[in-house]
Design a protein around this ligand. Structure first.
Ligand SMILES: C[S@@+](CC[C@H](N)C(=O)[O-])C[C@H]1O[C@@H](n2cnc3c(N)ncnc32)[C@H](O)[C@@H]1O
Length: 206
């Protein structure tokens, strides 16, 4: 089975974003198969509240938006203004998305709004730090998604151990049901099955 998303399934802005990413030398965008899964998960949440940590140039953002209905909303947080500017230029006209140019850890610490139905944690904060806080922001029945879990030759020393630890922590959570996907860049989906999932206040910065 060829599981690569076909032309008719791609977000309309994807080609332009890929061209801009190449021009900017940005190589960290999600793979198309991951993007297709993000779009599909977003489509399971009519009127849903979606969070992306790490916008990059906006390829994941475009995939998420392509699956969302008209009432769903997306907040995407990125530290690098120049990188996110590419996404804002291509996708900023879509009223469903809010771009935040800020350190993701600081944003997670300060956020005091409602929890999210889908969290794509695609940078350090919310994944390798501030994990508890990101999980706290997942609503009951909501999903937390991470990718880039399969080792690659360019991983820095110590990263594989960090990923192993991350998987152990996530799979040890009694309030989430987790599934690993040894597919695309290596993913894990964790769905909140217990606990409240809360917005403001508290949380840790571990
Ligand atoms: C893997 S890329 C994101 C790719 C994007 N989500 C996609 O699917 O196309 C990770 C991004 O996180 C950003 N980043 C790094 N440290 C960050 C931080 N502390 N807070 C927010 N974003 C950060 C990087 O600049 C980079 O654009």
């Amino acid at each position: 089975m060829d599981d690569t998303p076909k032309p008719g399934q791609l977000p309309s802005s994807l080609t332009e974003l890929q061209v801009a990413a190449r021009a900017a030398g940005f190589t960290m965008s999600c793979e198309p198969r991951t993007g297709g899964l993000l779009a599909t998960l977003a489509a399971t949440r009519p009127g849903g509240r979606i969070l992306e940590l790490g916008t990059g140039v906006g390829e994941g953002t475009a995939w998420l938006l392509s699956g969302m209905d008209g009432a769903a909303t997306l907040v995407t947080v990125e530290l690098d203004d120049a990188v996110q500017a590419v996404a804002r230029e291509q996708l900023g006209g879509d009223e469903r998305v809010t771009f935040v140019n800020e350190d993701g850890g600081h944003w997670l610490e300060e956020y005091d709004g409602a929890p999210f139905d889908l969290v794509f944690a695609d940078t350090w904060p919310g994944k390798f730090n501030h994990l508890d806080r990101a999980l706290q922001l997942v609503a009951p029945g909501g999903a937390y998604v991470i990718d880039d879990l399969t080792p690659t030759p360019d991983w820095p020393e110590g990263h594989e151990a960090a990923v192993t630890d991350l998987l152990a922590v996530l799979e040890g959570r009694s309030d989430f049901l987790t599934t690993r996907l040894a597919w695309s860049s290596g993913l894990l989906i964790a769905v909140r099955t217990g606990g409240a999932g809360a917005g403001g206040g508290g949380g840790t910065s571990t």
